[in-house]
Design a protein around this ligand. Structure first.
Ligand SMILES: [Zn+2]
Length: 148
C-alpha cells in the first residue's frame, strides 16, 4: 500500500524519529526542509496547498506538532511574532532582522553551549537553550561629521 512517494528519505526520517509517516506529514516536513527560511505555520500551509490542495490549516498545525514532538524540527519563538519552524537541528542561534522580518541561522562555536550550561547552579539541568538576536543586518551608513 505504498503510494508513489516522491521522497523516500523524508518518510524514512519520519519513521526513524518515531513519527508515523502519512502523506500530510511527509509533505509538511518536505516543505520545511526544502526552503529553510523559518516559515510560519501559515506559510507552510500556503506551500503545502500547492501540492495538496485539500489539506487544512489544522492538519498542517497537527503535522508540525508531530514533527516538533519527534525532534525533527524546532519551534522558533520571538516575542509578538507567530511561531516559526526550523529544520536545522545543530545548536545554533537565530538572528531576527527587524527590517525585513527574516530570521537567519547563526552558527555557534562548538563549546559555547557547554560553557553556557556551566553558568547554571548545580542541579539545574537545561533541556534546551534559546539564543536569539534582534536587529538589522544592513550596515549602518557612515555619517561624516556626526560629531555635531
Ligand atoms: Zn534556525
Amino acid at each position: 500500500m505504498i503510494s508513489e512517494s516522491s521522497d523516500v528519505s523524508v518518510a524514512q526520517r519520519l519513521s526513524t524519529s518515531g513519527v508515523r509517516p502519512t502523506p500530510q506529514r511527509e509533505i509538511v516536513y518536505h516543505v520545511v526542509l526544502s526552503k529553510r527560511d523559518h516559515p510560519t505555520a501559515e506559510e507552510v500551509f500556503d506551500r503545502v496547498k500547492t501540492q495538496m490542495p485539500t489539506i487544512s490549516l489544522a492538519t498542517v498545525y497537527n503535522c508540525l506538532d508531530a514533527l516538533v514532538q519527534s525532534g525533527l524540527i524546532k519551534q522558533v519563538n520571538f516575542i509578538r511574532e507567530p511561531t516559526r519552524y526550523c529544520p536545522n537541528l545543530h545548536e545554533h542561534a537565530h538572528f531576527h532582522d527587524d527590517t525585513t522580518g527574516e530570521i537567519h541561522d547563526i552558527e555557534l562555536p562548538g563549546d559555547l553551549m557547554g560553557r553556557l550550561r556551566e553558568l547554571l547552579p548545580p542541579g539545574y539541568n537545561a533541556r534546551s537553550i534559546d539564543l536569539s538576536f534582534r536587529g538589522s543586518t544592513r550596515p549602518t551608513p557612515a555619517q561624516p561629521g556626526s560629531n555635531a
